[in-house]
Design a protein around this ligand. Structure first.
Ligand SMILES: [Zn+2]
Length: 301
């Protein structure tokens, strides 16, 4: 929905965007030696950057083409559809690493809970299972992660996945390493919750504490990311809002080199929420909510 509105909005921005494109192209051409600077310039463009400059020229030609076709076909709906299909997503300079929690089989081999820590935890646990649906958490998280990848890509983000199949063995620290090595701006980890009390429901997000000796340096960013995703997720899905849990017990957070969040999407032990989590419609809402939260986070940077 949002993308469609964006695409439509873009079509009405006309000459201003084209002039911006010319200006940014000139500026970027001067920054070829320094990709970091170039990215900063694009980021500083804020809202204008969201509409992007790089493919505006393509849009002009496709729009012209669509208008020409409109004369013969005479249907506005077709024109919209063709124009949208002709415009590729625009890079916004942000890289998101998505981690679909767990995997087909847990691995209890210990690994340090943080860089250099003597305390250990299992490399990766098995996760929970839908009490009603029987769907394993690792399958649910991957389904949502793949949809989120597509949504973020459509919004112009670059996306790196820690996994795209269930048949992997990647520890929590290794997942954080994938985000770090990719140079991700943020590390978003998807999980589902469980409780002995089947009435418990709702979403929560998790980040480090400000005192975390390993990741405290970017606590503020992680907290902001966690709050934005929780707020937008609950708004889009109607799920109950629990809270942002600040804890230093999560290996994948302690090992992270970039702002990081775990989203507990809901309780697979609650029959209603379990069914929701596994339904395609609800998953679409979850993905919209997460993507909106990520957008909101970057808008505040
Ligand atoms: Zn989990």
């Amino acid at each position: 929905m949002k993308l469609t509105l964006r695409e439509k909005d873009k079509r009405f921005r006309g000459m201003a965007a084209i002039l911006t494109a010319a200006f940014l192209a000139a500026v970027c051409a001067c920054q070829e030696g320094g990709p970091q600077k170039e990215q900063q310039i694009l980021q500083d463009e804020g809202e204008m950057r969201g509409e992007g400059a790089q493919t505006e020229t393509e849009n002009v030609s496709s729009e012209t083409e669509a208008k020409t076709q409109n004369v013969s076909s005479g249907t506005e709906a077709e024109t919209d559809s063709e124009a949208e299909e002709a415009v590729p997503p625009r890079a916004n300079g942000r890289l998101v690493c998505i981690d679909a929690g767990h995997q087909i089989k847990g691995d209890s081999t210990p690994e340090p809970v943080a860089p250099g820590a003597s305390e250990t935890k299992a490399r990766v646990s098995g996760g929970t299972t839908g009490r009603t649906t029987g769907v394993p958490e690792y399958q649910l998280t991957l389904e949502v992660a793949l949809k989120l990848r597509d949504e973020l890509t459509a919004r112009g983000y670059e996306v790196v996945m820690t996994r795209e199949t269930n048949e992997v063995n990647i520890s929590n620290s290794e997942r954080a390493g994938i985000a770090r090595d990719a140079g991700a701006d943020i590390f978003v980890r998807l999980h589902a919750n469980g409780s002995e009390d089947s009435s418990v429901n709702g979403a929560m997000t998790i980040c480090q504490t400000a005192a975390n000796p390993y990741t405290g340096g970017f606590y503020e960013q992680s907290k902001s990311l966690a709050q934005n995703i929780l707020d937008s997720f609950c708004e889009a899905t109607g799920a109950g809002k629990q809270y942002v849990w600040e804890t230093d017990t999560m290996s994948g957070i302690n090992w992270s080199a970039v702002p990081v969040v775990i989203l507990e999407m809901g309780y697979m032990t609650n029959p209603t929420e379990d069914a929701n989590l596994c339904s395609a419609d609800y998953q679409d809402k979850m993905v919209l909510g997460i993507a909106n939260g990520i957008d909101a986070y970057f808008m505040q940077r």
